[in-house]
Design a protein around this ligand. Sequence first.
Ligand code: OFO
Length: 168
Amino acid sequence: MAISKTMSDALNKQFNEELSSAYLYESMAADFYAKNLSGFAVWMTAQASEERIHAQKIHQFLDGNGERVFYAAISEPQAEWKTPVDAIKAALGHEKFISKCIHDLVRMARKEDDIATESFLGWFVTEQIEEETTAQALIDKLEMVGDNRMGLYQLDKEVSTRVENNGG
Ligand code: OFO
C-alpha cells in the first residue's frame, strides 16, 4: 500500500527536523570546542551524526515507497550557551520536541491505517526514549559536579568516549 500524500509530506518535514537537529548539535559542539570542553564537543558531534542517520532512515523509507524527498531551509541555530548544563538542558528540551513530532506521526499513521509507516516509526519511538534518558543522565552528572572545575574536567574526559550509534 502506498503512503498518502499527507503522510509523505509529514515524513518529509520530519526528515528536515532531523537535519535541523544535527545542525543545532553541531553548533553546540562548536561552542564546547571554543570553551576547551573537547569531550563534550565529541559527545555532541556524535549526537549530530546520529541525527543525520535518522534523517537518512526517513530518506530511505520515503524513497523505498516511491516518494520524493525535499530539502527545506534550516534556520540559524543558537551559537552559545552559558554553561554546559544549559546546553544539555536545551538538547533535552529539543529531544522532547522531537519525541512529540514522532508521536504525532505515529498518530497520523494510525489514523490512516498505515501499518507499514507505523511500524517504521516504532524504531524512532524507542530511540527517543533512549535519547531523552541519555541527556537527562548527563544533566544529572553535571548538576552533581556543579562548580567543581576538576569534576567538570573528569566528566569532559568521560563523555569524550561516546561514538555514534549507527542506527542498526
Ligand atoms: Fe535526537 O532524535 Fe532524531 O529522531
